[in-house]
Design a protein around this ligand. Structure first.
Ligand SMILES: O=P(O)(O)OC[C@H]1O[C@](O)(CO)[C@@H](O)[C@@H]1O
Length: 521
């Protein structure tokens, strides 16, 4: 079974949604609340440690009914089944999409459980100090060298689970910017640092350049034989790794049925194991797996990722909102936004549908945001009084991790108050000064979670993975390839040759002017 290929605009639901949109586009959510005292209960889902409130959206029962009908008409159920059963739903690359299999402990493929055991043993021997560097000293620092999906996921999780961290300092080196590399190296000791080179393809220019620079830095004072003690690799490209000089025992495989941006659940998560220990990594996986079960089994009207995706489609395709903001009220989640930007925009930034035709409707939303309360003092002005309609996802944890006096209440009060301010504005108050008027009626979801545990973090990440999958199904696009990144990579190679004077191939006049300016130094 391949993915269904239904053009959403040809469905009855889409036509009906257009008509319905014209009827309710100017309706006020305040009115909805005053007409229905049970709206908050009705439009919320409690699941495990999650409370998902979507009552502050510009929707009625009819909207939901039609959005759910849309999900049925595009055969979302079949698409979910096709994904979880390992069909090659990444058709343009001829691959299955099975990152969920990495966390399904009841049915772990053999190769995955063997690899997890290896990750456990290896990370534990580094954390305990049993495994040592070339001079016999225990490791103090670990550097993850990778970019995109080989960086953003583990970096985000390591930051998010900082509360659970051990003594190892875990660094992330991603950008090919040499200054970034040097700044990281400045902090490191060759005797006590372990480097993990992470690249699914092991061909990524940035990662290979950084790895080479790091190896050269390492070899400045250390013998070649020591490389095998200090370098580890994570990849599908085993041949290229051995050439780099990495010992066979230090190679952790990846599989082509796991996309780069969904790969933190496997060996790309090795740096997470170093930072917080394998046991917490496993909890992260198990939490994500619980969300997978919810996604697969809950009816669509009670299904958090499905509802979240349908609401996003509602704003994107009918209200024509181009962006959506994510605002976690937790500094631990500061890296969630860049992580989601890759996950969502690399997946759904597509303009050709699954039948090979250009789409005639908007696809991938632009995701942006920052942590609250900081965001309130940065871009909330525009959210409250700007001319654009930007739906917001608030994410908050009911209970803090550290003991504290008053911060948690202040943090939560701000989060809850903001969504209320977006909803109500100052409508109904006597405000004569137009600059002080808030029109409200600005939509938001709130994902309130009991506490930031590894399990709940895993479930939260999986929630957004499933959301973007559902959106891709509705938009009839292939969410699991990323051909759009290839052109820039190819051009950069030619430009690099020209910059290095190894090619005289004609350059675009604008590029040429910049090359000449750069060469003048
Ligand atoms: O793990 P690799 O193969 O180095 O790729 C890194 C990243 O590059 C991309 O292919 C985009 O350029 C991402 O999809 C991927 O996560």
């Amino acid at each position: 079974m391949s993915l269904p290929k239904v053009n959403p605009v040809t469905t009855n639901a889409w036509t009906a949604l257009n008509k319905h949109f014209a009827e309710i586009k100017d309706s006020k959510m305040q009115q909805f609340f005053s007409e229905d005292s049970r709206r908050a209960q009705k439009y919320s889902i409690s699941w495990e440690d999650f409370y998902f409130d979507y009552s502050k959206n510009r929707i009625t029962d009819k909207t939901l009914e039609l959005l759910l009908q849309l999900a049925e008409e595009v055969k979302l159920g079949d698409a979910i089944e096709a994904q979880f059963s390992g069909e090659q739903i990444n058709e343009t690359e001829g691959r299955a999409v099975l990152h969920t299999a990495l966390r399904d402990f009841k049915n772990l493929p053999n190769e995955v459980s063997t690899t997890l055991q290896k990750m456990k043993q290896f990370s534990e021997s580094v954390i305990s100090g049993k495994l040592k560097g070339h001079t016999g000293k225990a490791f103090t620092d670990v550097v993850n060298i990778g970019i995109g999906g080989s960086d953003l996921g583990p970096d985000m999780v390591t930051e998010a689970l900082a509360y659970y961290k051990n003594h190892l300092n875990v660094h992330f080196m991603s950008n090919v910017d040499g200054d970034h590399v040097q700044e990281t190296l400045k902090k490191l000791d060759r005797e006590t640092t372990l480097f993990i080179v992470v690249s699914k393809s092991f061909t990524t220019q940035e990662t290979l350049t950084n790895a080479e620079t790091v190896r050269n830095w390492f070899l400045k004072t250390v013998d070649k034989e020591a490389v095998s003690k200090h370098f580890v690799a994570v990849s599908t490209n085993l041949g290229a790794i051995e050439k780099f000089g990495i010992h066979r025992d230090h190679i952790f495989p990846m599989w082509d049925w796991v996309g780069g941006r969904f790969s933190l659940w496997g060996t790309v998560g090795l740096s997470i194991c170093f930072a917080v220990g394998y046991a917490n990594f496993e909890k992260l996986l198990k939490g994500a797996s619980q969300m997978d079960i919810h996604f697969k089994s809950a009816s669509f009207d009670k299904n958090i990722p499905v509802i979240l995706a349908l609401l996003s489609v509602w704003y994107n395709n009918f209200f024509k909102s181009e962006t959506e903001a994510v605002v976690p009220y937790s500094q631990y989640l500061s890296k969630l936004i860049p992580y989601l930007q890759q996950a969502v925009m690399e997946s759904n930034g597509k303009q050709v549908d699954r039948n090979g035709h250009p789409v005639t409707y908007e696809t991938g939303t632009i995701v942006w945001g920052s942590t609250g309360t900081n965001a309130q003092h940065a871009f909330f002005q525009l959210l409250h009084q700007g001319t654009k309609l930007i739906p917001v996802d608030f994410i908050a944890f009911a209970k803090a991790l550290h003991k504290q006096d008053q911060h948690q209440e202040i943090l939560l009060a701000n989060c809850f108050a903001q969504s209320e301010a977006f909803l109500n504005g100052t409508v109904g108050e006597e405000i004569e000064n137009p600059y002080r008027f808030f029109d409200g009626n600005r939509p938001s979801n709130t994902i309130l979670i009991k506490q930031l545990t590894p399990e709940n973090l895993g479930a939260l990440i999986a929630l957004y993975e499933h959301k973007l999958f559902v959106q891709g199904v509705i938009w009839n696009i292939f969410s699991f390839d990323q051909w759009g990144v290839e052109l820039g990579k190819k051009l950069a190679t030619g430009t690099l040759d020209y910059l290095r004077d190894t090619s005289s191939q004609e350059q675009h006049p604008s590029t040429l002017a910049m090359i000449n300016f750069s060469k003048k130094g």
